[in-house]
Design a protein around this ligand. Structure first.
Ligand SMILES: NC(=O)c1ccc[n+]([C@@H]2O[C@H](COP(=O)([O-])OP(=O)(O)OC[C@H]3O[C@@H](n4cnc5c(N)ncnc54)[C@H](OP(=O)(O)O)[C@@H]3O)[C@@H](O)[C@H]2O)c1
Length: 283
């Protein structure tokens, strides 16, 4: 198995790569072009952006430069809080597609749940899928309550729920809930934004496998049976992060990594975003 051949089948029948490439905070066209080239050559096929990242147009240019068949790529974007509501969602997705220079995305996510436009935004998503502007629809940062509430009116449920997930915030209950509801969990900040690279347990596991800490963390994500989208703007790290299919963590090592959980988030508490509905300065 390798990065190109490792897929999940989504509940709607579409396929999604298990490991993808995140482009949050890459806002320089030259660096983005180099990163996308390196990622594509390494075997990444899923590229994850969002309206909020301000780089959809740059990603569009970088993808065009790749000059590959559209069906080789899996492109995700997300509707920001400021663009929620039925009409605004439709309009903003049309603009995203224009910026991305694409006729459709493979996966459209609601970036964060907000109470003001909760159901209308989802109705727009269902219609955008029918219109062919996205192949699959999903959510991001939705908790159990949000998904249960959505189920009271949705004609179609999310196929993917993209969540913050790393060894300090391991989301075991949410992953189980998503699995029970045929939703693929996709980890964002799968490397914990690089903040746990000197953790002694992770360093020791990495040494015993002659791998890096980043590779151990991503292998733990892989063996958790979820999808994940690390970001790097360095070619060696982009390659390193994909080279995780040639070793296996033992169940003891998995338990050791699970035990690092501190329930600490890097980003916002979704319930607060739902309540306040602000466009957060996600830092
Ligand atoms: N849905 C949401 O609300 C949400 C929120 C945040 C992010 N996301 C998505 O998830 C993607 C990934 O999350 P993220 O970018 O926040 O964090 P991440 O992938 O966990 O970590 C990225 C950081 O780790 C460093 N890094 C990458 N590979 C490394 C390696 N092998 N060794 C050491 N350091 C390494 C990167 O540095 P260099 O770049 O300098 O190599 C960068 O600083 C984003 O790009 C975005 O697409 C979604």
């Amino acid at each position: 198995m390798d990065i190109i051949n490792s897929y999940f089948e989504l509940a709607d029948g579409n396929r999604m790569p298990r490991e993808g490439f995140g482009v949050y905070k890459i806002t320089d066209q030259t660096i983005l072009n180099q990163s996308i080239q390196a990622a594509y050559q390494t075997g990444y096929r899923l590229f994850d952006t969002a309206q909020m990242y301000g780089n959809e147009a740059m990603l569009g240019n970088a993808l065009k430069d790749l000059d590959v068949n559209r069906d080789e790529l899996f492109i995700t974007t997300k509707v920001s809080e400021a663009n929620q509501g039925y009409d605004q969602t439709v309009k903003s997705v049309q603009q995203s597609l224009k910026d991305l220079q694409l006729e459709y995305v493979d996966l459209l996510l609601v970036h964060w749940p907000i109470h003001q436009h909760f159901f209308e935004t989802w109705r727009a998503f269902e219609d955008l899928k029918k219109m062919g502007l996205t192949k699959s629809i999903g959510t991001s940062n939705y908790g159990m309550g949000h998904l249960q509430l959505l189920a009271t009116k949705a004609r179609e449920m999310p196929t993917v729920n993209q969540l913050e997930r790393h060894p300090w915030f391991n989301q075991s209950a949410m992953i189980k809930f998503d699995q029970d509801n045929h939703i693929i969990t996709q980890a964002w900040a799968p490397l914990g934004r690089g903040r746990m690279m000197s953790n002694p347990s992770l360093v020791s596991i990495a040494e015993s496998h002659e791998k890096s800490v980043a590779q151990v963390i991503l292998r733990w994500q892989l063996q958790s049976d979820i999808a994940f989208i690390p970001k790097s703007s360095h070619t060696e790290r982009i390659q390193e992060n994909a080279s995780i299919f040639d070793f296996e963590l033992t169940s003891d090592e998995i338990k050791q990594i699970d035990s690092l959980n501190q329930n600490t988030r890097i980003s916002q508490e979704p319930e607060l975003v739902y309540e306040l509905g602000h466009q957060y300065p996600h830092n």
